[in-house]
Design a protein around this ligand. Structure first.
Ligand code: DX5
Ligand code: ZN
Length: 223
């Protein structure tokens, strides 16, 4: 399966956002990862629709929008209008997850569900067939630059097992503390899409780091 690299623009230089977007456009990255935080679901506030619309204006690749907000169902249409190609909501933020997933589909976007580090993969058993993507959080959401949680490997294996035979096209994404040091091991555990903020933007040549991540991801056989 294809390996997706999705740089998180949360770690971009917001004073030079257009420059950083163009860097991603010209790089081997596949998607723009857009982290939306509301200060309620997570202890941080990132940005909302105007910034997203500005990103969309310059981005030549799909916007992979990760909603770290409560009641995401209220804003699905607005995110689709602002240019989201894929919308991922948190399992922990959705009382009626099935309904929210249908709303995302009706808005014309690909569907995703994110799991916090403490949320077992098994809870997705009755919805896995309806999803395009599952995002395994490998840090507690809210901030870039945190330390990767080792239990993520087990969760990726659990997810691979849960989705096997039911949804073999599922995108298995990992987000938080991902970089050159662990991407190959994450591929071996079953991941095929990788979000990285700090590991890309804190390097001297972010585009080159993206290429290296892509090479590392592709050199391993997926399980
Ligand atoms: C964390 C966000 C991540 C974050 C990743 O809550 O969901 O997408 O930007 O940043 P790094 O790669 O620096 O851990
Ligand atoms: Zn994210």
């Amino acid at each position: 399966m294809k390996k997706i690299i999705a740089p998180s623009i949360l770690s971009a230089d917001f004073g030079n956002l257009q420059r950083d977007i163009e860097m991603i456009n010209e790089s081997e990255a596949d998607w723009f990862h857009v982290d939306v935080m509301d200060g309620v679901f997570v202890p941080n506030i990132s940005f909302g629709f105007p910034v997203m619309a500005a990103v969309k204006k310059h981005a030549l690749k799909p916007l992979d929008v990760h909603l770290m907000i409560i009641e995401p169902e209220k804003y699905i249409q607005d995110f689709a209008k602002a240019g989201a190609d894929r919308i991922t909501v948190h399992y922990e933020a959705c009382t009626h997850l099935h309904r929210t997933i249908q709303l995302i589909k009706a808005a014309g976007c690909k569907t995703g569900v994110a799991l916090n580090p403490h949320t077992p993969v098994a809870l997705l058993g009755d919805i896995i067939g309806d999803l395009d993507l599952v995002l395994i959080m490998s840090v507690n959401p809210g901030f870039g630059g945190q330390v990767f949680i080792q239990n993520t490997y087990k969760k990726l294996q659990d997810l691979k097992q849960l989705s096997g035979g039911i949804n073999d096209e599922l995108v298995i994404q990992v987000d938080g503390g991902v970089g050159l040091q662990n991407i190959a091991a994450l591929v071996s555990a079953g991941a095929n899409a990788f979000v990285a903020g700090n590991a890309i933007f804190a390097t001297e040549d972010p585009a080159e780091t993206i290429s290296k991540m892509k090479r590392q991801a592709l050199n391993r056989l997926s399980v």
